[in-house]
Design a protein around this ligand. Sequence first.
Ligand code: URA
Length: 253
Amino acid sequence: MENALDIKSLLEWYILAGVDETCGDECYQAQSSEVLPASPLRQATTSLSQNVIASKQNARDLCAKATTLSELKQVVENFDGCALKLTAKSTVFGDGNEHAKIMFIGEAPGADEDRIGLPFVGRSGRLLEKMLSAINLKRADVYIANVVMWRPPGNRTPTDAEVAVCLPFLKRQIELISPEIIVFLGGSAANALLDNADSISRLRGRWLEYQTSLKTFIPALATFHPAYLLRNCPQKAKVWSDFLRILKKLKEN
Ligand code: URA
């Protein structure tokens, strides 16, 4: 590194790559099973997806053995098949009422959630709690989870591979909670569980259905993520109408 300009551009590159923390002088290389062979791209890609498929199958097998939420939490905490765990401080499993009628699903833990080890405890979580109280619900009434259980570095969007590996754990939480209603907070959660790529603007505002692995259907509603609302206040009116839909459905059930 020759001069200040080089250092500045290196730091900028780190930030773009999602580095938001340093943990020593030495460069740390993930020692996961996803170390790519120094061979052509096609071969590397195949190797990576095979690892993902194997991790996903392993996650599924582990889930099938977990018959309670606390067993499942233990399984997730011991799971090493998701590379996000290497950079996260905590495993952020779902939290809330195990008998909840309604389950909220976000995308991934942020910095506060990673520090504390619980979902939605930062600014987005405080807004979510206000939204809940607007329909007479408290955090203790509901169950809150995320698609991935570890914070992506720099709060980047989880990759398809990370989502695929974590999804069995989320699906098992849904089975064990067995909520009457699911609310997807943002497009990532809706896309992961509905297995589509529609934008949140297309998905929100109407009842959808989530199909469980037991082939039952749970009414599901997608709405804007609280973090998006913090940046786009005018969209709160749409979320308010979504929450009124939820309230109506809860009263019908
Ligand atoms: N955003 C999420 O999607 N999940 C959290 O837990 C916090 C912020």
